[in-house]
Design a protein around this ligand. Structure first.
Ligand SMILES: Nc1nc2c(c(=O)[nH]1)N[C@H]1C(S)=C(S)[C@@H](COP(=O)(O)O)O[C@H]1N2
Ligand SMILES: [Mo]
Length: 380
């Protein structure tokens, strides 16, 4: 609904807080946040769903890589929320420009801004709710969030191209020309930008503790605190949710399929050479935490089944259904000495919620691929 506008000359909002300089000053930070969020998001998607030709080339090092990039994804997306609100506030008077459409070109330009705003709001909202594991929509989060990410990137590039003259003037500080940017910043604009900066700082500080454990104490608003959880580690999907019970584990055996298949009991696994690694779980929902794991190297188990150094692995959980029941592991992960079939966590036997009797822990991988309650390993 449009507010009643006085007839006659078009309404203009001359206030400097709604001018091109303010819009650009906020826009460059918003653009930076969106760029970081997009790049790290695409990376996360590729690591989770690699195309066939890439699966064996994905690097398992640095072991903290995914923890860092996905932490940046969630932090930049969170920081973008106050930036987007401020940006929309700075430019909202333009919604009411009169006449609403001046030409075909102008109509297209306005439509592209509508797409940009809708995509940005959609991405930040779905991403934020995903960190709370709350999915109040009928579509699958991952494919839609991924597709709209590309839409947002395209709409943003178009927007930058259309607005290029104003952006250039902003950075060259030209105050003449078509835009007549104000020469100096007044205290009001400085106050606004200070407020926006403070808001970004505040939301970042109070949420980033979900992955930067040193900031755990000020992690007031993140949905997960890495400090809470059995054995010093949060649980994303409990055994109860996966319908894994002690009874279903009564005659558990690990089956290793390959040219020379075999099965092992838990006692036999415990008798094999054990290795200890310190590796993080970096959940796609935003939290991450490092832990001390011990167990058997996956490459040793594969080799014993006749898998050569080029072999990759498929891991199957005894969980009956669930998106993460079957997991494929490219060659560099499968052969990395840090990749374990872990039996112990932080010095104790794995709890049922953390994947007892055996789970995967591998470097530089999304948490969703750290399969719990492993029943079967296949040489591929
Ligand atoms: N079988 C199985 N393994 C799974 C999952 C699952 O749903 N099923 N969830 C994964 C997710 S999303 C994460 S973040 C990690 C979390 O491990 P944790 O609960 O031990 O912290 O386990 C992964 N392993
Ligand atoms: Mo996760």
């Amino acid at each position: 609904m449009r507010p009643t506008l006085p007839p006659g000359p078009p309404v203009t909002f001359k206030a400097r807080l709604h001018d091109a300089r303010t819009a650009t000053a906020i826009g460059r930070w918003l653009g930076l946040a969106v760029a970081v969020c997009f790049a790290t998001g695409v990376l996360s998607h590729v690591l989770q769903h690699p195309p066939g030709w890439l699966a064996d080339r994905l690097p398992s090092r640095p072991y903290w890589g995914y923890r860092l990039t996905h932490g940046l994804h969630v932090a930049s997306g969170t920081a973008a929320i106050p930036l987007l609100l401020a940006k929309l506030w700075a430019v909202y008077p333009r919604l009411f420009t009169w006449p609403p459409v001046r030409s075909a070109r102008h109509a297209l330009e306005r439509m592209s801004v509508a797409v940009l705003v809708a995509a940005a709001v959609f991405q930040l909202l779905t991403g934020l709710l995903n960190t709370f594991q709350w999915y109040p929509w009928p579509f699958g989060f991952v494919p839609v969030h991924y597709a709209v990410g590309w839409l947002l990137a395209g709409a943003l590039l178009l927007h930058l191209a259309v607005q290029w003259p104003k952006i250039r003037d902003h950075f060259t500080r030209r105050s003449t020309g078509t835009l007549a940017l104000p020469v100096a910043d007044g205290p009001d604009r400085r106050r606004l930008l200070f407020g926006v900066t403070a808001a970004v700082g505040a939301v970042t500080l109070t949420t980033v503790g979900q992955s930067v454990t040193a900031l755990g104490p000020v992690d007031l608003f993140a949905p997960r605190s890495p400090e809470h959880g059995l054995q010093g580690l949060p649980v994303n999907r409990t055994a109860a949710a996966a319908r894994v019970t002690w009874a279903s584990l009564a005659d558990w055996r690990l089956t290793v399929a390959g040219p020379r298949p075999y099965t092992l009991t838990l006692d036999e696994l415990r008798a094999l050479p054990q290795h200890e690694v310190i590796l993080p779980i970096a959940c796609v929902e935003g939290w991450s935490k490092s832990a001390r794991w011990s167990g058997i190297r996956v490459r040793d188990l594969l080799e014993r089944a006749g898998g050569g150094h080029g072999s990759r692995a498929r891991v199957v959980s005894l969980e009956a259904e669930g998106a993460y029941r079957v997991m494929d592991m490219g060659r560099l992960y499968a052969q990395d000495p840090l990749t374990l079939l872990a039996l112990r966590l932080n010095g104790a036997v794995l709890s049922l919620d953390h994947g007892y009797p055996a789970r995967i822990i591998a470097p530089n991988r999304p948490g969703v691929l750290q399969t719990k309650w492993v029943a079967r390993l296949e040489v591929v």
